[in-house]
Design a protein around this ligand. Structure first.
Ligand code: GLC
Length: 647
């Protein structure tokens, strides 16, 4: 449905009337301007998904959009103005993120507000609190099984606490990011309860099958997310007397996004959260929204269209709200979530740079950056106005997303290399420095993923256990090196809670029956505030790591070349152990990043400086900018990074 002029005028007229009724003249005019800008994108997207039903849906949701504008608190409208004036705020070099579970970090939402100094020391401007909407009772996948999108987990506080926290964050220039689980609800959500009670309208909110015919047909091409602990993608539900689609766990019911009522409901949830002061929504499991027989049911065109429609409509109501895609998909399919299609369509402003994380750990294990160079060099660039969320660790496992073609291009067997990485990081390989664990080993395919905290994966745990100062030093350098890469690639670097203090694996999850089956809890420790008290003591592990990260953050904020509005080129050098990348931010300068993943000193031909367009640069990370450059070569310390910029 590209809207014809008459339909367009009618919708516009409808919005104008609603706005005249509910908004002041200035707000109404601003809303209409946003509607004009976004209407075609939204209409196209909804037509792709819902066909003829799109026009009615659109007329209905416009009422919600206008109501949300009318209800938007004054300080959030001011924020909207600010963001419209400064649409590149999320691209800026001074953005730094921190990610944690509210309860594991501080206990409650109110207590999170009391711990913001800790974040400020690290230069944090963006706080992602892990799922905090009311979940089903445990097990609930760390909150990713939501029973009420409009309520807060009572163990953490209530919606007032959430509003107070977002206000406290805003006052410090910090933005709150929350998860929105669009793909599924808990089996205990009111919609699912009504479905189970026999209400056919709500049954149609989910993907329900009377017998195994279709589930079996889908299973032929569906992968399994948790093959170990939640095999299969469908669960028998006695109350429905039917099979229900459950991509993740049996108590996470996939929503039926082919039903326009589900779209309208989820849009309402988005607007509700935006009006509580949430500034970024992390769209959980975004690739899974649309199912198509004969495919892996990920990355379908309709999934993108749904995101575009949510994007356009919520931008009309709450311009300050950004979307971040959680799309852990092959590199070729990733930039679509940032809106790169045949023609650009606004979708998400941020997406996780999973490839950078995977390639960094792969390079550290092999002490070679050739595969990383190969893979990162061919990754399509994010469209204008969008960027990555870069990270070293997260709450999830590491899936070894090494593309076959990349591995082969540098002479590696893709399957063997992926398995090598899983074994290496599980500490099963001779010479491994890591103390992680296998996650969801798939006996059928031989695939395995990795759990473990950054400090345990990087060798810090091993160094401490063996009491070996050399190994410990290497572990600390590795952890800082990985962050020196993440902090200087384009995007908002996200620190995973505890990594700033080198917190090691926490095996206590095994004592908790709700967690014991899921070893991702190994790297979801409780915040250790005693360890935090040592953060300023450079004689301690915590002090070295915290000090190193604080330094990276402080340097990053002062480097306009790290604004993410420019270009990034990954460069080949004559040194296999060095990852080299060039950032060019037009009008703001250039930065050449060099990272040596080997345990010994290495050098690169200094022609790379000419290639980067840098004459006589300085190392922004080093005291007085000094670095070692002689004999036609740039020398890098073992497991060290340089951020070279013009003087
Ligand atoms: C996302 C989350 C993961 C969760 C899954 C299901 O991938 O990051 O932790 O298990 O979605 O909601």
């Amino acid at each position: 449905m590209t809207l014809d002029d008459r339909a367009r005028a009618a919708l516009r007229e409808q919005v104008a009337l609603l706005a005249a009724d509910q908004l002041g003249a200035a707000d109404a005019a601003a809303l209409l301007a946003r509607v004009d800008r976004r209407l075609d994108d939204v209409a196209d997207a909804l037509a792709l998904v819902y066909g003829d039903a799109a026009a009615d849906l659109l007329a209905g949701v416009f009422e919600d959009v206008v109501a949300a504008v009318a209800a938007r608190p004054a300080d959030l409208r001011r924020l909207d103005r600010r963001r419209e004036d400064e649409p590149d705020w999320h691209l800026r070099e001074d953005q730094i993120g921190y990610v944690c579970y509210a309860d594991r970090f501080a206990g409650t939402l109110a207590n999170v507000a009391k711990r913001l100094d800790h974040l400020e020391e690290l230069g944090v401007t963006y706080l992602h609190l892990m799922p905090l909407l009311r979940p089903r009772p445990e097990p609930n996948d760390g909150g990713y099984a939501v029973a009420d999108f409009r309520g807060v987990d009572p163990a953490l506080g209530d919606v007032d606490d959430l509003e107070q926290l977002t206000a406290a964050l805003r006052a410090r220039g910090m933005s709150l990011c929350l998860d929105l689980v669009l793909n599924h609800t808990a089996r205990e959500h009111a919609w699912a309860r009504r479905a189970r009670a026999g209400d056919p309208d709500y049954r149609d909110y989910y993907l329900v099958f009377d017998d195994r015919t279709l589930p079996d047909a889908y299973e032929r091409t569906l992968p399994e997310v948790f093959p170990d602990t939640a095999p299969g993608n469908f669960t028998w539900e006695p109350a429905l007397d039917a099979w229900v689609w459950t991509t993740f766990h049996e108590w996470q019911w996939d929503l039926n996004h082919a039903n326009p009522r589900v779209f309208a409901e989820m849009l309402d949830v988005i607007l509700f959260l935006a009006n509580r002061g949430v500034e970024v929504l992390r769209l959980d499991a975004a690739p899974f929204l649309w199912k198509r027989l004969g495919t892996d049911c990920q990355n379908q065109p309709e999934a993108h269209a749904l995101l575009q429609a949510f994007r356009g409509l919520s931008a009309m109501a709450a311009p300050a709200l950004l979307f971040k895609a959680e799309a852990i998909v092959p590199p070729d399919q990733l930039v679509q979530y940032l809106g790169r299609h045949d023609r650009f369509r606004p979708e998400c402003e941020l997406a996780y740079h999973n490839q950078l994380m995977v390639q960094t750990w792969s390079a550290l294990a092999t002490r070679e950056a050739r595969l990383a160079t190969q893979a990162l060099a061919r990754l399509p660039a994010p469209p204008q106005g969008t960027t990555w969320a870069t990270f070293v660790r997260s709450h999830d496992d590491i899936g070894w997303a090494i593309a076959d073609a990349d591995a082969r291009a540098v002479g590696l067997d893709p399957r063997l290399h992926r398995r090598f990485l899983a074994d290496f990081y599980a500490g099963r390989h001779p010479g491994s420095f890591a103390r992680g664990a296998l996650f969801q080993e798939n006996a059928l395919t031989g695939d395995a993923r990795t759990s473990g905290s950054a400090a345990s994966l990087s060798g810090i745990e091993q160094g401490l256990d063996l009491g070996d100062p050399v190994l410990l030093d290497q572990g600390i350098r590795r952890l800082l090196l990985a962050h020196a890469i993440a902090f200087a690639f384009p995007g908002i670097p996200l620190l995973w809670m505890g990594d700033e203090l080198a917190l090691r694996n926490d095996p206590s999850y095994l004592q908790d029956p709700a967690h014991a089956h899921d070893n991702r809890w190994l790297h979801r420790p409780l915040m250790d505030w005693e360890a935090a008290a040592r953060r300023d003591d450079p004689g301690t592990v915590e002090g070295r790591v915290f000090g190193g990260l604080r330094h990276l953050a402080a340097v990053r904020r002062r480097l306009p070349a790290l604004h993410a509005g420019g270009e990034t080129h990954v460069l080949w050098t004559d040194q296999a152990a060095v990852l080299a990348w060039l950032r060019i931010a037009p009008g703001r300068g250039r930065l050449l990043g060099l990272a040596n993943v080997a345990d010994t000193e290495r050098s690169v031909d200094d022609r790379v400086l000419g290639e980067a367009g840098l004459r006589d640069p300085v190392d922004a990370l080093a005291p007085h900018g000094r670095f070692s450059h002689h004999g036609g070569r740039v020398h890098l310390p073992r497991l060290g990074a340089l951020w070279l910029v013009a003087t």
